[in-house]
Write a protein that binds this ligand. Structure first.
Ligand code: F6P
Length: 537
């Protein structure tokens, strides 16, 4: 089948989907649930509450095949230049491969360097944790301030919140924003003599990170004098810049240009977590992601979790024109998952031009938002149930809670299941009318109230269940969405690994800053000029 024919089949399938309800499909397709449920790397996925029929699923798999997903997947794992605009492979899978792997970036062997860095990370984290590596005043480290932004922040923050002990031996804090309030809060109550500052920046040029790193370095130097820089650690693909900043060479951990920022948690970017959680925990997370890599690489398209997740999203996004989707983890520890996915999906696939520079023929990434369940239910679920737009929802739930009252955990799970059911089933206006009539409400009141209290239903959701939130399943979950994002990018014909769209704002911010600091005025639109004048006044 040609790509054009596969897209035409999607339009036709979506047309048919508009004329039926998902619940009809459960009646007409007895094997539906079995066919649309799958397990991969310890995750259980249910994709049956989507508007596609089983026949549509087959056409969507044809779309993936016709778009070259299998070839692109081969190229990704082989270290081909999948990021053409920057001339780079994207080899996050090499970072989580077992020792002895032979990944190559554009033909050059890289697994040896990966293993050497991993060994250095293990040695460093063991030494910090057991007190062999101490601060300038001879005291053991009890806190880490992790400074980084975007991909150098969101993954580590997610991992820490997901896996941290309630009372950690090492207090890990984060500062990303250039808003000085965040670093000030992160440093509050910490003793510089017992604090490591881990500066994470692939480029080591990022305004926010360097600003915060300078402030943190000054904080250390004010307390510890000339020895303070021994409390600095850096993770960067530009190690020379990190050393020039004052980080001792044996505390600079490298990574490579073939690691995209938002795909970098598996590299030394995860060092703060590895130290604070213990290296074994970090390695278990790598193992979980590795299991998902193996599944993605080997499973046929029609049974492949990242591929089917991508296809369900594309059916909604492109077939049914749904530009927004929501992600709700029913696990407080995964509260930051939506924020993580915002960068992963929107920075990867928020593109309007194909990898060869032509206008993208189809709409690309949906906007993603979300928060932890049940909290989101008391905020934005009103719109999910009754808003004018249909917003497909991904629910992530954890069967066995990691701590606390099992009865509360059951209530949490009941809500996860019930929300998906309510979105699907809805509640007809007739049923509401009958209820109001039975309650003796007058007819005119029923006419006004019933439409407001009815639920249209037929609102799709994906349900992803983790038996436990352990390091392996967390790794698998993140890798699932990484590969899903890649598959979508291939089908849309875009480069998922660059991010030119973040550059213009950075350039203009430098110009505005120069003006706020007294430099000569440059040309602006009237609104911008007025704002600058106001802030200078
Ligand atoms: O501004 C976007 C971005 O380039 C992200 O892609 C990246 O994760 C983030 O900034 C941080 O970049 P760095 O790690 O180089 O400081």
């Amino acid at each position: 089948m040609t790509v054009d024919a596969a897209w035409a089949a999607l339009s036709k399938a979506a047309e048919a989907a508009r004329g039926r309800r998902i619940t009809d499909l459960f009646r007409t397709e007895p094997e539906r649930l079995g066919r649309l449920s799958l397990s991969a790397a310890g995750l259980e996925l249910d994709l049956s509450k989507h508007p596609w029929s089983l026949a549509d699923l087959e056409s969507m798999v044809d779309l993936a095949r016709a778009s070259g997903v299998e070839t692109a997947r081969g190229m990704l794992f082989a270290g081909g230049v999948v990021n053409a605009s920057e001339g780079r492979p994207a080899l996050h899978m090499a970072l989580r491969a077992a020792d002895g792997a032979d990944f190559r970036a554009a033909g050059q062997p890289i697994s040896g360097e990966v293993e050497a860095t991993r060994a250095a990370m293990r040695a460093f984290s063991d030494e910090v944790r057991d007190g062999r590596r101490r601060g300038a005043a001879g005291r053991p480290f009890r806190a880490i301030v992790h400074i980084g932004i975007g991909g150098s922040d969101l993954g580590p923050r997610l991992v820490w919140e997901a896996l941290r002990p309630a009372a950690p031996g090492i207090d890990l804090r984060f500062a990303a924003n250039v808003d000085p309030a965040e670093l000030a809060l992160a440093l509050t109550g910490l003793d510089p003599a017992e604090t490591l500052v881990v500066i994470v920046s692939k480029t080591f040029t990022t305004l926010e990170t360097l600003t915060n790193a300078e402030t943190a370095r000054a904080w250390l130097r004010a307390a510890l004098g000339p020895e303070a820089d021994s409390h600095l650690v850096a993770v960067s693909a530009a190690p020379d810049k990190a050393q020039a900043f004052g980080v001792p060479p044996d505390q600079v951990f490298g990574f490579w240009d073939w690691v995209g920022g938002r795909y970098s948690i598996w590299s030394a970017v995860g060092l703060s977590c590895a130290v604070a959680l213990g290296f074994d925990v970090f390695e278990r997370m790598l193992a979980g992601a590795r299991a998902m890599d193996a599944h993605f690489q080997k499973a046929p398209l029609a049974l492949n979790a990242p591929v089917l997740l991508a296809l369900a999203h594309i059916f909604n996004r492109n077939g049914l024109g749904r530009p927004i989707r929501a992600v709700v983890p029913y696990a407080q520890r995964l509260r930051l998952f939506a924020a993580f996915l915002q960068q992963l999906e929107m920075e990867s696939n928020g593109k309007r031009v194909t990898a060869d520079g032509r206008p993208a023929p189809h709409p690309t990434a949906a906007s993603v938002f979300g928060d932890a369940g049940t909290n989101g239910q008391h905020a934005f679920f009103q719109l999910l149930h009754q808003g004018t737009d249909v917003v497909p929802l991904d629910i992530v739930a954890v069967a066995q809670g990691s701590e606390g009252d099992p009865a509360a955990q059951r209530k949490l799970l009941a809500n996860a299941v019930a929300q998906a059911e309510a979105l699907l089933a809805g509640r007809s206006e007739d049923a509401v009318r009958a209820e109001l009539a039975a309650a003796g409400r007058p007819a005119d009141e029923i006419d006004a109230l019933a439409p407001q209290r009815a639920f249209p239903g037929d609102r799709p959701s994906t349900f992803i269940l983790l038996e436990r939130l352990d390091p392996e399943r967390l790794g698998a979950l993140v890798a699932l969405y990484e590969h899903k994002t890649f598959v979508e990018g291939v089908i849309w014909g875009i480069n998922s690994f660059d991010q030119w769209g973040v550059e213009l704002g950075k350039t203009l911010a430098a110009r505005v800053l120069a003006e706020l600091e007294g430099g000569a005025a440059t040309a602006h639109d009237p609104s911008t000029a007025a704002l600058i004048a106001r802030l200078k006044s």
